[in-house]
Design a protein around this ligand. Sequence first.
Ligand SMILES: Cc1ncc(COP(=O)(O)O)c(C=O)c1O
Length: 395
Amino acid sequence: MSSDKPTQWHDDTLAVRAGFERSNVGEHAEPIYTTSSYVFETAAAAAARFGGEDPGNVYSRFTNPTVQTFEKRLAALEGGEACIATASGMAATASLVFGTMKQGEHMVVSRNLFGSTVNLLGKYPPRFGVEVDFVTGFDVQDWAKAIRPNTRFLYIETPTNPLMRVADIKAFATLAHENGAQLIVDNCFCTPALQKPLAFGADIVVHSATKFLDGQGRCVGGAVVGSKELIEELTGYMRSAGPSMSPFNAWVFLKGLETLSLRMKQHSINAMAVALALQSDPAIERVIYPGLAEHPDHDLAKQQQSDFGGVLTLELKGGREAAWSLIDSVKLCSITGNLGDARTTVTHPATTTHGRLTQEQRDEAGITEGLVRLAVGLEHAGDIIADVRQAIAHS
Ligand SMILES: Cc1ncc(COP(=O)(O)O)c(C=O)c1O
């Protein structure tokens, strides 16, 4: 769906109004169109709609007004031409690869990605003749060496899950374009409220809407934002393959977008407070948060992001035993793999989100047993700090 972005509107206005046209009922809030199909006046009208001569809704596997409102709003916020919503974040990446790539093409993929993305891209595209090479870290020279004449995409996530490393989007976009390729950025951790990859030259943004776009841990969904041409191609794929977003989930994400920038500001304030408070704790080897001056990518994050986001990772001195013990002792934080929730979540990446990787893959990505990821929520920062401190004291 195209963004219909009124160019004069600021992001805060787009977040609550873009993409929505009131029907003749006069509703103020966006309705949820829970309909699987649409009715046509005549057989000829149905044929014209199915054939694409008459634009409009055909079947909710690939067109639904509530989903389209979400698509237009997210495209507007990312500054993209168009967007397609998907059933999950993984479905966004899978649709992008399987809906656009051809046998014989190649992609260069970051080793520092969410575990399921590593699994998806490492395992399935090669079965269909798409070649994939992984690169550890974000040294552009290393990436340049991996590029081949048939390279179609470079794929990065920034900041990364869970080590919060930051890739220079502008440098990666330049590298991609110099080699006739396109840059895909997973913008899940920052969201368009803190970072706009397309403005730095990226070609495509993918999202897990499940995280901060929802913001309250209610629904699973995803999206791809890019050119009109790309989204048209993916709409064709959606029509055939069907990994579509439900209208109800789209409505929940629309409500999430309305408060996104307020929430991202508060997540960032809280995460910074937690990072600073825990920095001096003797049980902690290091607090990994791009907002801290000693984080290796602090300066880059400052240039590229408007704030540092809600996720930080602790490296505990006592390895897995200390990490699990902290997790088992929290009273306020929730032990769950999700992030981007109003409630602070605590996760052991090595045995959960990155547990399906091989030990070698985890070693390469720097996912050690002592890491504990905190996705800092919207509770009072003092309560979150007190909970983690008491958990460390009990462990
Ligand atoms: C950075 C990142 N990208 C993509 C995904 C996948 O999203 P979903 O769980 O909505 O499929 C996740 C999930 O944790 C993630 O953290």
